[in-house]
Structures are given as C-alpha cells and as structure tokens.
Design a binder for this molecule. Structure first.
Ligand code: SAH
Ligand code: DHB
Ligand code: MG
Length: 217
C-alpha cells in the first residue's frame, strides 16, 4: 500500500460524502495564496470534527491552533444554533488570514479569534466548553490537555490532532519536542481518572497520522 492509495480512497469518500463548499474551498485557496503551510485537517477529518460537535450538541467550542480557520469553519458548522467558538492563534499573520476566511464564511459573529500564545489566552477564558480541539504546538500538548480539563464539565469532548506523525511517536530514537510532548499527553491521559480516551490512527490525503478522542467523566 502506498500513499497514493490512501489519497485515492480519501478522494473517493470526499467525492461522495462531502459536497464542495465555497467557503471551505476559498479558505484553503486564501491560505495557500498567503503562504501558509498546508497543514490543515483533510476534508474527511474536518467533516468528522463537525460530526463530533453535532453529536455532542456543542454550544461552546474551544480550538487551540487556528492556522487559516479551515478546521474552525468545520467545527463552527457543527455548533448548535446560537453556539459560539473561540480559537487561539499565536501567529498574527495566520490570525489575520483566519479572520478574513471566517468573515467570508459568514462566521464573524460566531467565532472569536484570540491572538497570542495559547497558554496566555487560556488564562483569560472561562469554561465550561462542550468540545475542545487541540491542534497547535505539539510540545505543549500536555499543558493544553490540563487546560482542556480545567475548562471542561462532565461530558466535554476533547480531540487532539497529529498524535501519530508517521509512527514517530513510538520511535525510541526520536526525542523531538513535538514527539515528547505527545508522549507526555498519552502518559497524562493514562493517569487521569477523569478521562475516558482512545486514539485512532488515520491514513489518507494527509498521510499517516492519528488523533486522540476523549470524554470527561
Ligand atoms: N487547526 C488548523 C491547523 C492548525 S496548525 C486546521 O486544521 O485547519 C497549528 C497552528 O498553531 C499554527 O497556525 C501555529 O501558528 C499555531 N500555534 C503554534 N504554536 C502556538 C501557540 N503557542 N499558541 C497558539 N497557537 C500556536
Ligand atoms: C503540522 C501541524 C498540524 O496541526 C498538522 O495537522 C500537520 C502538521 C506540523 O506542524 O507539521
Ligand atoms: Mg493538525
């Protein structure tokens, strides 16, 4: 099996289940034009985020790591009527592109983009959130998990992206900050009685990776 097979099947699923969406397409085009890295979730993953928000009946969503707002749009489309989303982004250029994309998607009044290092912004937030999506600097994953718990209630859904990274997570030679940060996330989840968690590996248009899905007891 090769990456081209994963992509072909991902495209097959997208073509049948995920209709082209002008706002999401425009957000990707604007992100590329602005020179942002193409590290947003794939369409099939974005749709999963929307479905999780819908299943949770989410009225308040917190996202850590906005980039151009692509995953933000998916999550915001899963909000219950009248719901709100706060997304945290350290890079001013990314935040500006995201605000423009969110406005173009008609979500300017639904989503607040808070600019600055997430660990600073988190100090000023009040919970509880119904769903937290962690997708920023991976070295801080254990800190973001602590914050997600602090800003949660029983039933809060926590999703953390990119926890497999082509299997680097289990490579004993690998001591990069993002890998050690994600290992620390797993250790903390394992020791946390308030969480029921699993992680799923994914293959597709974004290669081989995976995500954590957890629920607060
Ligand atoms: N969730 C997005 C992708 C996010 S990429 C999507 O799927 O569409 C990760 C983002 O986290 C980048 O935009 C990066 O600038 C941001 N980031 C990195 N370190 C951060 C920090 N300490 N605080 C807030 N954002 C951070
Ligand atoms: C990277 C970050 C992401 O959030 C992602 O989904 C893929 C890659 C990165 O920093 O390389
Ligand atoms: Mg990601």
């Amino acid at each position: 099996m090769a990456e081209s097979d994963w992509r072909r099947v991902d495209d097959y699923i997208r073509d049948r289940l995920i209709p082209a969406d002008p706002a999401l397409d425009a957000a990707q085009t604007a992100a590329a034009a602005a020179g942002l890295p193409a590290i947003e979730v794939s369409p099939t993953q974005g749709k999963l985020l929307q479905l999780l928000a819908l299943i949770a009946g989410a009225r308040r969503i917190l996202e850590i790591g906005t980039l151009a707002g692509y995953s933000t749009i998916w999550l915001a489309r899963g909000l219950a009527p009248g719901g709100r989303l706060v997304t945290l982004e350290a890079d001013p250029h990314h935040a500006a592109v995201a605000r423009s994309n969110l406005a173009a998607a008609g979500l300017a009044d639904v989503v607040e983009v808070r600019e600055g290092p997430a660990l600073d912004s988190l100090l000023g937030l009040e919970g509880p959130f119904d769903l937290v999506f962690i997708d920023a600097d991976k070295r801080n994953n254990p800190n973001y998990l602590d914050w997600a718990l602090r800003l949660s209630r029983p039933g809060t859904v926590i999703v953390c992206d990119n926890v497999v990274r082509r299997g680097r997570i289990t490579d004993p030679e690998n001591a990069e900050g993002d890998v050690t940060g994600t290992r620390a996330l797993f250790d903390r989840m394992a020791a946390e009685p308030r969480l029921d968690a699993t992680a799923l590996q994914t293959v597709g248009a974004k290669g081989w990776d995976g995500f954590v899905l957890a629920v607060v007891r």
